[in-house]
Design a protein around this ligand. Structure first.
Ligand SMILES: [Zn+2]
Length: 292
């Protein structure tokens, strides 16, 4: 079965038609073919991408970097259901080091400082929750949490962990005080429309957290060395949107959201690490909170 590709003719952020092509490779060209073979194992037969091209474009208007050829809906379903290593992904979560859970707990500590009400009255949505482990941490701190996830396999797993699931966002107008979207927006064919939809689920003082891979080096590295497997921010087929801090802020601005700086989170036990984190989070990273 051969996958079909859709063209994104205009910039997904600003709608401009003017673009510069930074990379253009056939999926059957080495080293791309070798990378896909290794990454997706035997689950993706090369013939399935026959005739497809991996193209990285940069908008001449707003500098947003994106793949201008993406799988159609059926292809995306096959990608995330059949080609990605589901068992490996779950195993990674199951055997995550304690540091990962401490990171989640740190995020919940920040969450506890955002709203002037008890956790039981604070409604949280994990948009693209995956297997549900972050939700579980939030739940353990008393919050009212729901998870949204397209993959039935991951959704079912999260439900078995005791995470309540929301099926349709359109039924959730103004319902969530805090929306968490970790490593989601780089995957979405229309990130602007998705963020607009999330905005409808936020009350006036609601906050949304977006975390995406950092694409600040992508243009320089592509120009110097061409495409290489280490360029995770433009991972073929999957990371179809590549954000820098500036373009992430621009995406949010396009739906009326502004960056929001949460209260400082510093502890005596790890003051230096905390200061370093606060400085990078406030000025340099591609994970930010936003509100209206
Ligand atoms: Zn643009």
């Amino acid at each position: 079965m051969t996958s079909r590709f859709l063209r994104r003719e205009v910039c997904p952020l600003c709608g401009s038609k003017s673009q510069q092509l930074l990379c253009d490779l056939g999926f059957d060209e080495a080293p791309l073919a070798a990378f896909l073979e290794g990454f997706y194992g035997g689950r993706l037969a090369p013939a399935e991408l026959a005739g497809g091209r991996y193209r990285i474009a940069r908008c001449a208007e707003c500098s947003f970097i994106f793949q201008d050829r993406i799988l159609d809906t059926a292809g995306m379903q096959r990608l995330y259901q059949d080609w990605v290593d589901q068992a490996g992904s779950l195993q990674k979560k199951r055997s995550a080091p304690a540091q990962r859970f401490r990171q989640y707990a740190g995020q919940v500590t920040t969450l506890m400082r955002l709203f002037d009400k008890p956790p039981q009255q604070t409604r949280v949505l994990d948009y693209g929750m995956g297997w549900g482990y972050w939700c579980r941490m939030v739940q353990a701190h008393g919050f009212e949490v729901r998870g949204y996830e397209l993959s039935a396999l991951r959704r079912d797993h999260a439900q078995r962990l005791g995470v309540p699931v929301v099926d349709k966002l359109e039924q959730a107008d103004g319902k969530f005080d805090f929306i968490y979207a970790n490593q989601v927006f780089e995957h979405l064919p229309d990130p602007r429309q998705a963020l607009q939809e999330l905005c409808r689920c936020l009350p006036a003082d609601g906050i949304v957290y977006l975390r995406v891979p950092d694409g600040r080096d992508v243009v320089r590295r592509l120009r110097r060395h061409g495409w290489s497997p280490g360029l995770d921010a433009i991972h073929p087929l999957e990371h179809i949107n590549c954000f820098t801090r500036a373009t992430l802020i621009q995406l949010a601005a396009s739906v009326g959201l502004r960056p929001y700086q949460p209260p400082l989170r510093l502890e005596w036990g790890n003051l230096c690490g905390g200061i370093r984190r606060e400085i990078t989070d406030r000025w340099f990273t591609t994970h930010l909170m936003f509100r209206r």
